[in-house]
Design a protein around this ligand. Structure first.
Ligand SMILES: [Zn+2]
Length: 341
């Protein structure tokens, strides 16, 4: 890793310097290979006909993003209780998100579908949101915006009350606050579709090809049938705890990784670095359609509360939510306009 890289700069990296140096050396070996395959993927996919190019995303929006507001949204979501697919909690969560987005002027539409799961036939609902066109007319959901920002709304079905404050909650709070910030700047907001995925979590302990990612798979299938496609996908998950590293997907295009690094402030609350391997999450079905994605996820494998009763509101930090929200907006502002690369 070159010395100018910001991806590992944090308080944690100072205290764990010797260990991280070793990790960096190991990590650096794979960097070139990953970056090359990433840019190759971008060249292949962004050039796809019918992809809506980014029209220069305005800079400086990050200053308006409030971590405290995002945290209040997470608190309201967690207060509902567990929200596994098809539950009354999930229905309440949908209504909460629709209400908050509506207050910011966004219009929502639900994608409801049935899917066979290890728990039987389950009804899932994704929530999609966009700002209305300037003339106030109808939104054409069969065409795409340049940018898709998503996170999962469901919480994992457990034998104990599991509220997923960080896992599913943190990204939801950020997306709701992003909606408020983007609505005030239509040049940016009109380029974005927000998606709250259902059924990210598996019914069995781990996500497998036949269990989990139900909502993003369904969304990706419908996305493929649209008349136009986004250029940029962003998926956030488990991003509220500054005590753990934040990882991005190694398969993301090189242009995304450069924009992420450029957007990363020195004072970011935790270390940001490339994941050691591919993480299975909602970005994978999107990437399979040819959509280049940036996936940001906390190092959940080190969280002793992951998928346990302890994933509660105290694990979610307002400052961290603010930092991730600003990073998302600054990342978009740093991407080249048009069909990139
Ligand atoms: Zn989870």
């Amino acid at each position: 890793m070159p010395p100018h890289s910001k991806f590992t700069r944090s308080a944690a990296s100072r205290t764990l310097a010797p260990l991280l140096l070793l990790l960096l050396l190991a990590f650096g070996c794979g960097k070139k290979e990953a970056a090359e395959s990433g840019s190759q993927a971008a060249a292949e996919t962004i050039a796809k006909p019918g992809r809506v190019g980014l029209a220069g995303f305005p800079a400086g929006l990050g200053e308006d993003f409030s971590g405290a507001r995002a945290h209040r949204h997470v608190a309201q979501l967690v207060a509902i209780g567990p929200r596994p697919p098809s539950s009354s909690g999930y229905q309440q969560a949908l209504r909460l998100v629709e209400t908050r987005l509506g207050e910011s002027g966004w219009r929502c539409t639900r994608q409801t579908f049935l899917e066979e799961t290890p728990a039987g036939l389950i009804s899932f609902t994704n929530l999609l949101a966009r700002l209305p066109p300037p003339d106030g007319g109808e939104i054409n959901w069969q065409e795409s915006t340049a940018v898709l920002i998503g996170g999962h709304l469901d919480s994992k079905l457990m034998s104990f009350p599991f509220v997923g404050a960080n896992d599913g909650g943190s990204s939801t709070g950020i997306l709701i606050e992003l909606a408020r910030v983007l609505a005030a700047k239509p040049a940016a907001g009109s380029q974005v579709e927000l998606v709250f995925f259902d059924g990210e979590e598996a019914f069995r302990p781990n996500i497998t090809p036949s269990d989990g990612l139900y909502g993003s798979k369904h969304y990706a299938g419908l996305l493929s049938r649209r008349g136009s496609w986004p250029s940029v996908g962003i998926v956030l998950d488990i991003v509220g705890d500054p005590n753990f590293e934040l990882h991005f997907n190694p398969e993301s295009p090189a242009v995304f990784q450069r924009a992420l690094e450029a957007a990363l402030p020195d004072a970011f609350p935790t270390t940001v670095r490339r994941a050691r391997g591919q993480i299975v999450d909602d970005h994978l079905p999107l990437q399979a359609t040819g959509l280049p994605c940036l996936h940001l996820i906390g190092d959940f494998q080190r969280m002793n509360y992951w998928h346990r009763p302890g994933d509660t509101l105290d694990k979610v930090d307002a400052e961290m939510l603010g930092a991730v929200g600003r990073l998302t907006l600054d990342f978009l502002a740093g991407l080249p306009a048009g069909p990139a690369e």
